[in-house]
Design a binder for this molecule. Structure first.
Ligand code: AMP
Ligand code: ZN
Length: 115
């Protein structure tokens, strides 16, 4: 079972900021900005490449909840960035689809050429 499925199943602790039947949001263990939260579907979808038409409602729900979670975190008004790393070139490390919410301070340029 993947690490995020273990978080869904409460086998690994996480600082949960939102949870319902379909999704979960929790603080990233290694925050890259003052606020760094991950939003995941409870369903194990490995990456953006694995989204299918049957996930339409789930993905719509997740996107509806992102601004609500940002508001709850107090970062909505000043803005934030949602990032979904996909595959090797996208820098994805955990193959359970997740939406990074980064904010609480300026996030900076959209991409960098450091690597
Ligand atoms: P990505 O590179 O897009 O796959 O991002 C994976 C993210 O998951 C990284 O930002 C990690 O810091 C984060 N992460 C890994 N393990 C955990 C965990 N147990 N709890 C919370 N965040 C985690
Ligand atoms: Zn999983």
């Amino acid at each position: 079972m993947c690490v995020f499925c273990k978080i869904v199943n409460k086998e690994i602790p996480a600082k949960v900021v939102y949870e319902d039947d379909l999704i979960m949001a929790f603080h990233d263990i290694n925050p890259q900005r003052k606020v760094h939260v991950l939003v995941i579907p409870k369903k194990h979808i490995p990456s953006v490449n694995d989204i299918t038409p049957e996930d339409k409602e789930l993905m719509g729900h997740l996107w509806v909840k992102i601004p609500e979670i940002a508001k709850k975190l107090g970062i909505a008004e000043e803005g934030y960035r949602v990032i979904v790393n996909t595959g090797k070139n996208g820098g994805q490390e955990i193959y359970h689809i997740h939406f990074h919410i980064l904010g609480g301070e300026p996030v900076g340029p959209m991409t960098c050429r450091n690597k």
